[in-house]
Design a protein around this ligand. Structure first.
Ligand code: SF4
Length: 232
């Protein structure tokens, strides 16, 4: 696969065109991985017509907000999604018995490794390609996101159709198409992950400031490029 040529071709393409190419190329070997945040909702809404039976994967750490669980259930029911919940080997209780209480406070990298990174790697072994909601405007570390890339960590093709979109463009699309969103966004939760590691942000903070607040951690690890790294 000529990634340079594909990226050149898709730099000015719409997400819908990229999603259509993805489905035409990989069919049932393609999955979308989403945490049901706004970009994921836009992607899922487009896929309802492009690839209604695509595998939808979500990482269920067992530590999400109740509001997130309810929102996922609502979308799955209303949009009849083929959802696969990716779960860690241990429940939060079992993890506490093995590693001690609140591992996320003492070693969030290990916690993310156990509850997100390892389970997703296992789940993606059956797919040749996966779609993400990564955008270049989300953080400095995502600034160079390519639309189509070889993913060495998961040994497959990683597709980010919304890399060029901005937060404002995603919300404008949601509003103009009457799409639903997690109600926590109305309480200044701009980026929503696990409940223990997510807080609302103030107006002066950037969108991901509420994730692992007070720690240098900025990514859970599934989007880190080097598969030999152990950070979560
Ligand atoms: S986001 Fe926090 S609670 Fe969730 S897996 Fe990572 S460290 Fe653990």
């Amino acid at each position: 696969m000529d990634f340079d040529a594909l990226n050149q071709r898709f730099e000015d393409a719409s997400p819908a065109e990229i999603l259509r190419w993805s489905w035409d190329t990989f069919a049932d070997k393609l999955a979308i991985v989403t945490s049901f945040q706004p970009t994921g909702i836009v992607a899922l809404s487009m896929l309802r017509t492009i690839a209604p039976r695509i595998s939808v994967l979500t990482i269920d750490t067992g530590l999400l907000f109740e509001s997130t669980y309810q929102f996922i259930d609502q979308i799955v029911r209303e949009w009849d999604l083929d959802l696969v919940r990716i779960c860690p080997e241990q429940t939060p209780q079992e993890q506490a018995e093995t590693y001690g209480d609140a591992l996320w406070q003492r070693d969030p990298n290990l916690c993310c490794q156990l509850r997100k990174v390892i389970p997703l790697k296992k789940a993606l072994t059956g797919y040749q390609a996966w779609i993400t909601g990564l955008r270049r405007d989300q953080s400095e570390s995502r600034r160079a996101t390519r639309i189509v890339a070889w993913d060495a960590r998961h040994e497959n093709v990683k597709i980010s159709p919304f890399a060029r979109w901005t937060e404002g463009r995603v919300w404008a699309y949601l509003e103009s198409h009457g799409l639903p969103y997690n109600p926590l966004h109305d309480q200044n939760y701009t980026s929503i992950g696990c409940q223990p590691c997510t807080r609302a942000v103030t107006q002066d903070e950037d969108n991901r400031a509420g994730r692992w607040s007070g720690s240098p951690k900025i990514e859970c690890g599934i989007h880190l490029p080097d598969p030999t790294r152990v950070e979560g």
